[in-house]
Write a protein that binds this ligand. Structure first.
Ligand SMILES: O=C(O)c1ccc[n+]([C@@H]2O[C@H](COP(=O)([O-])O)[C@@H](O)[C@H]2O)c1
Ligand SMILES: Cc1cc2nc[nH]c2cc1C
Length: 348
């Protein structure tokens, strides 16, 4: 497959003029300056990415869960077996996962897609597997995750999905994940992109013990050493250290940014995809906000790199898009405050 001609093209940033107007309105509200704290910053962000002051209510929020398996999960890096991945895909479809409950409460649509699950998912609707790239991505410490062609096809799949969600009316998109072992490639992508060693970024994922963490750190470092200088290029980085689901999530976020649709990021996997989206489409991160801080160290390093301060910090590490969905009511509150609070100049 030929590379997308838009890859590496800079993304048009949100309007600096609208940002200035939103900042001025926030300062003019009938509140002491700075009294809304991060809610105020979030209000300015949502108005800026919407291109309008005051901002519109954030009614249509759509989450997409990119599911896939990872060869590295057979090498002692997770507390759980791979069979959990297809089982959770079925659970999302039943509306019974953690993210499903939060999303139902907050009126967020959830779409789950199999990009690389190591199971045929017999009986699930065809639309779930329509973008499948392969059954399981390569064990990144021993081999490439993907072929170059698979990387390009996965990115293109994510771009198509973003276009579909935007056509369906999304005002705000969330990129979620499901895949046993996926904190290993996510940490490797972040380490490679930020130039950090494995011991700084590697975390406990689903809950491995101390010995497991030592081993997982060695696996991440082995993957980084194996990839070597190839990590200077974002496509090579995804091919060597990523996965079908992570590449698709990166394509999804890059396409959302190019279309001027904001993205609320979730945990370490979502933020790894955001880092890759920013590398594929420089400037994309100006369309992103961070839903929450995960317990994974790589996620905090990556958020700092992107210049993002998370809305929530609840010690969550579920993935699935759940931390971002939990932050949606706060984003909605922020938009409403900037549009409905009286101006100081109007006080009687
Ligand atoms: O979002 C996070 O920061 C996060 C942190 C730890 C674990 N997870 C979820 O747990 C799975 C990956 O954990 P692990 O230990 O198997 O690499 C995957 O399905 C993720 O959605 C997610
Ligand atoms: C049960 C379970 C649910 C998950 N959801 C996201 N990652 C997960 C990992 C496990 C193990």
């Amino acid at each position: 497959m030929a590379a997308d001609p838009l890859l590496h093209e800079p993304v048009t940033p949100p309007s600096a003029d609208v940002r200035a107007q939103a900042t001025a309105r926030l300062a003019a509200l009938a509140t002491p300056p700075g009294a809304l704290g991060l809610l105020g910053d979030l209000a300015v962000w949502i108005a800026t990415v919407q291109g309008q002051v005051p901002p519109a209510p954030v009614d249509r929020v759509r989450a997409v869960i990119f599911a896939g398996d990872h060869g590295v999960a057979d090498h002692g890096v997770s507390a759980f077996p791979k069979a959990i991945t297809p089982a959770m895909v079925r659970t999302f479809l039943l509306g019974k996962a953690g993210v499903s409950v939060l999303a139902a409460q907050h009126g967020v649509s959830v779409r789950v897609l199999d990009l690389g699950v190591e199971d045929d998912l017999d009986g699930v609707p065809d639309e779930v597997t329509a973008f499948k790239i392969r059954r399981g991505s390569g064990a990144i410490h021993l081999e490439d995750a993907l072929t170059e062609d698979e990387t390009l096809r996965a990115i293109a799949a994510g771009e198509t999905v973003a276009a579909e969600e935007i056509a369906a009316g999304a005002q705000l998109l969330i990129g979620g994940d499901m895949g046993i072992g996926n904190t290993t490639p996510a940490s490797a992508l972040i380490a490679a992109s930020l130039g950090l060693p494995a011991h700084e970024v590697t975390g406990r994922g689903t809950g491995i013990d101390e010995a497991g963490l030592v081993h997982k750190t060695q696996v991440v470092q082995q993957a980084l050493d194996r990839a070597g200088d190839r990590v200077a290029d974002p496509l090579e980085t995804l091919t060597a250290l990523g996965s079908a689901d992570l590449a698709a999530a990166a394509g999804f976020m890059a396409a959302a940014a190019r279309a001027g649709v904001p993205v609320l990021l979730d945990g370490v996997i979502s933020v790894a995809a955001a880092i890759m989206a920013e590398r594929l489409a420089p400037g994309a991160a100006s369309w992103f906000a961070a839903g929450h801080r995960s317990t994974e160290p790589a996620q905090s390093f990556a958020l700092d790199k992107l210049g993002l301060v998370p809305v929530l910090d609840l010690g969550m590490r579920l993935g699935e898009g759940s931390g971002a969905v939990a932050a949606v009511p706060v984003v909605r509150s922020a938009a409403l405050l900037l549009s409905e609070v009286a101006l100081l100049s109007d006080l009687t």
